[in-house]
Design a protein around this ligand. Structure first.
Ligand code: ZN
Length: 240
């Protein structure tokens, strides 16, 4: 995370408060561009540029239901924060489950038939949902070459040890769109912590577990090493 510095300030009611002077801000956002994918007719493409006081600019891609920026207050949004994965999402390498999670989440958001009334957002009433896709998260934020160096032929995994991912640009984007409550689509308790600590209420965590046998070793690793909520019944094949 970016180091934060604070300075005293005063809120509108005169009470003293602290202001995070190094907080990132949304510089511009583009929403509701057509997504030419017939499987997800309710989803649109979008993007956000987030600027930091140090001059750094981060870009996030969005997949979202129309009207995500003009929801009634306290609307619960289905949310997935899906870190960039070039190997899977661009080069279609099946080593990891990132791409499965990305498009399973897109399907969940597009097809949601859960409890609660849909929200009227323009011409159609659908469940509000959003996938935030931060660039710069390749190899758990350690980078493309580090990821390739971390490949293990024995397990078939890119076993990157560190994790430099910064989720602040995702959080500031959610707040920019007025999102205050989410159903989080993830197996990763760390992402739940990131969202909760930002003051965004997580009303439910929705798992997204690949059933592709190629991912069994990786899922077992994520459960044991990172505490992901993955059923113990998902085991790697004997001898791996
Ligand atoms: Zn991946």
């Amino acid at each position: 995370m970016n180091p934060a510095t604070t300075r005293p300030g005063h809120s509108a009611n005169g009470h003293a408060r602290t202001t995070n002077v190094s907080a990132p801000t949304v510089r511009r956002a583009v929403l509701n561009r057509p997504y030419h994918q017939p499987m997800y007719p309710h989803l649109c493409l979008g993007g956000v540029e987030v600027e930091y006081p140090c001059g750094k600019v981060e870009v996030l891609a969005l997949l979202h239901t129309r009207g995500i920026d003009r929801l009634p207050p306290h609307t619960v949004v289905d949310l997935r924060i899906n870190s960039e994965c070039l190997t899977g999402d661009i080069f279609n390498d099946g080593a990891c489950d990132c791409t499965y999670q990305l498009f399973r989440a897109a399907q969940m958001i597009n097809d949601w038939q859960g409890e609660g009334p849909p929200v009227e957002m323009g011409e159609v009433a659908v469940r509000p949902g959003l996938i935030v896709y931060p660039f710069g998260h390749e190899g758990r934020g350690e980078g493309w070459v580090t990821k390739l160096e971390a490949y293990e032929p024995e397990t078939g995994m890119f076993n990157v040890k560190g994790d430099s991912r910064d989720f602040s640009s995702a959080v500031v984007s959610l707040k920019h769109f007025g999102i205050s409550a989410v159903r989080l689509i993830t197996n990763n308790p760390h992402k739940e912590g990131v969202v909760s600590e930002a003051g965004i209420r997580v009303t439910e965590v929705i798992p997204v577990v690949s059933d592709d046998p190629r991912h069994a070793v990786l899922l077992d690793h994520k459960r044991r090493v990172y505490g992901h909520r993955i059923p113990v019944c998902i085991r790697p094949p004997e001898g791996v």
